[in-house]
Design a protein around this ligand. Structure first.
Ligand code: URA
Length: 233
């Protein structure tokens, strides 16, 4: 059970201060009593029983989204870095508390699969170095790929500038002379671009194809697919 004003504020309907006015302006009821509007913001309610203008609450158990990030959006909440990936989402999801945030980051110029969630603990768990979830990237290069890179990346010895620890073993597949499929189990800052830069090549386009078992399938850029909030347990 949760206080109604807290619930409405956490799910992005209104601020806690606005809750009283919100209750006046909307038919907020319990499913079992659809003709009795709730007027007390302090009332304790079961989130699954609340109806707003006849509709169940918007994802009261949390949000977990697979998003196909388009080029040019930043994985940041800082408006100075706009346009932000969160601009893809409905307004109500952008004002939830806890805030909806990305699981790790993709660069502004990187496209592809990124998870968004309001589950803070999940973000920490999935981005922890202990959580070695494989992520597959497709990188387009501006020079032909040297087959020797397959063994070099697999060796786990590649040292990037400014990093104390070498890159963990990574799997490189040369799909085309200038198209690489790289599987990483870690996520250092700009890692894919820096790995290729370290061997004298340059990534001109980067797309994340998978995150663990998850893939984009036919999800168009800018769209998302919902996962059950307890998908990762
Ligand atoms: N590696 C990069 O260089 N950029 C990304 O966005 C993700 C991985």
């Amino acid at each position: 059970m949760k206080r109604l004003d807290q619930l409405l504020a956490n799910l992005g309907y209104c601020s806690r201060r606005e809750a009283k006015a919100y209750l006046r302006a909307h038919a907020v009821t319990l499913a079992a009593a659809p003709t009795t509007p709730l007027t007390d913001p302090a009332k304790k309610v079961d989130p699954t029983a609340v109806r707003v203008d006849g509709e169940p609450l918007d994802h009261p158990d949390g949000l977990l989204l697979v998003v196909n990030k388009p080029h040019g959006l930043t994985c940041s909440h800082d408006p100075r870095e706009a346009p932000l990936i969160y601009e893809l989402l409905p307004e109500r999801w952008r004002t939830r508390n806890p805030i909806v945030t990305t699981v790790g980051r993709l660069d502004k110029d990187t496209t592809g699969l990124i998870l968004l969630t309001d589950q803070t603990e999940l973000v920490h768990r999935l981005t922890s170095p202990k959580h070695k979830v494989p992520k597959i990237y497709h990188a387009t290069l501006d020079r032909d790929l040297d087959p020797a890179l397959i063994d070099l990346f697999a060796a786990g010895t590649l040292q990037l500038d400014g990093e104390k620890v070498p890159c963990a073993p990574a799997t490189l597949r040369i799909v085309e002379p200038r198209l690489a499929e790289l599987t990483l189990i870690e996520g250092k800052y700009h890692q894919v671009r820096r790995m290729f830069a370290a061997v004298g090549n340059h990534v001109t386009a980067l797309h994340r194809v998978t995150f663990g078992e998850l893939s984009l399938a036919d999800l168009p850029p800018g769209q998302w697919r919902e996962l059950p909030p307890d998908y990762f347990g």
